[in-house]
Design a protein around this ligand. Structure first.
Ligand code: NAD
Ligand code: ZN
Length: 246
C-alpha cells in the first residue's frame, strides 16, 4: 500500500478546500481526558447525572461542581503539536476551517482562526434567557452557580445532553464539508451525532478522507482513504512536513 502520508499530503495540496473535523482525541495529549472509555470523565461523572440540561436545572449546586472541575482541568492545558499543525496548515492557505466537537478553546489558542464549535466553549458562561455571555472565572464563580443580572441561572456555554446544537454551527459546517475536497478527521470516535455524520457527508460528496486516530473507528473501513495511525501530536506534524516538503 502507498504511504498514507504521501497520499494525504497530495490530497490536501490538490484540494481547493480542505477542512478538519476534530474530537476529544486531539486534546488528549494536552492532558484533557477523552470522555468515553477507561479513565474518561464519564467514569467519575455519569452523564445523565451531570451533563444534561435537566440535571443542571434540577440540581445546579451539585452539577456546577462538575463544570468547575472540568474548567479547572481545561484552565491548565495548552495546545499540543496537533493543534499547532492545523493552525499552520490554515496559515499556509491549505486548510479552510476546523470544525470541532471540543469545548477547550485549544484550536484558537494554537492560532486557528476559522473554528466552528459544535458543542460550545467551556471558557464562557451564557444566560439561557437573554443570551448574555461572561467569561467563566473560577476565582469568582468557583463556589456556587452564577446568576445573570437578569436573574436567570447561567450555564456554561456548552451544549449539554438534551440541548440542541446551534443551527448556525450545523449549517456552516455542512456547507464547508459538502464543498471540501479533503477532510481531515482527528481523534473522534464516530459515535456522537450529528458530528459523526460529517465525514460520511464529505465522502458522499467525493472528498478524500484522512483519518488520524490511535485506533481504527467505524470510519476507517468505510470512508477513510488514508489512515494516520498514532497520537495526533505526532501524526499531524508529520502530515504537515509532508505537505511542506513533497
Ligand atoms: P470520544 O471521547 O468519543 O473519542 C475520542 C477519540 O479520540 C477516540 O476515537 C480515541 O481513539 C481517539 N484518541 C484518543 N487519544 C488520541 C490521540 N492522542 N491522538 C489521536 N486520537 C486519539 O470523543 P468525541 O468523539 O470527540 O466525543 C466526545 C464528546 O465529548 C465530544 O463531542 C466533545 O464535545 C466532548 N469532549 C470534549 C473535550 C474537549 O473539549 N477537549 C474532551 C472530551 C470530550
Ligand atoms: Zn440574562
Amino acid at each position: 500500500m502507498m504511504d498514507p502520508y504521501r497520499l494525504a499530503a497530495a490530497a490536501i495540496k490538490s484540494a481547493a478546500s480542505a477542512v478538519a473535523v476534530t474530537g476529544a482525541g486531539i486534546s488528549a495529549e494536552s492532558g484533557i481526558p477523552t470522555f468515553r472509555g477507561h479513565g474518561g470523565i464519564w467514569e467519575k461523572y455519569p452523564p445523565d447525572e451531570y451533563a444534561t440540561i435537566d440535571a443542571y436545572n434540577a440540581n445546579p449546586d451539585k452539577v456546577w461542581k462538575f463544570w468547575c472541575d472540568l474548567a479547572t482541568t481545561l484552565a491548565g492545558c495548552k495546545p499540543n503539536p496537533a493543534h499547532y499543525a492545523l493552525a499552520e496548515l490554515e496559515r499556509m492557505g491549505r486548510l479552510t476551517a476546523v470544525v470541532t466537537q471540543n469545548v477547550d478553546n485549544l484550536h484558537q489558542d494554537a492560532g486557528s482562526r476559522n473554528v466552528i464549535e459544535y458543542h460550545g466553549n467551556a471558557r464562557w458562561l451564557v444566560c439561557p434567557r437573554c443570551r448574555h455571555r461572561d467569561p467563566l472565572d473560577l476565582s469568582q464563580h468557583g463556589g456556587t452557580p452564577p446568576y445573570c443580572f437578569c436573574g436567570t441561572l447561567m450555564k456554561p456555554d456548552v451544549i449539554m445532553f438534551g440541548e440542541v446544537i446551534p443551527s448556525e454551527a450545523i449549517v456552516q459546517s455542512a456547507l464547508l464539508v459538502e464543498k471540501c475536497n479533503a477532510l481531515i478527521v482527528v481523534g473522534t470516535s464516530a459515535q456522537v451525532y450529528p458530528a459523526a455524520r460529517l465525514p460520511i457527508l464529505a465522502h458522499q460528496n467525493g472528498a478524500f478522507i484522512i483519518e488520524a486516530n490511535i485506533v481504527e473507528t467505524d470510519f476507517t473501513q468505510t470512508v477513510t482513504n488514508a489512515f494516520l495511525e498514532g497520537p495526533a501530536g505526532e501524526t499531524l506534524p508529520r502530515l504537515l512536513r509532508y505537505v511542506e516538503q513533497t
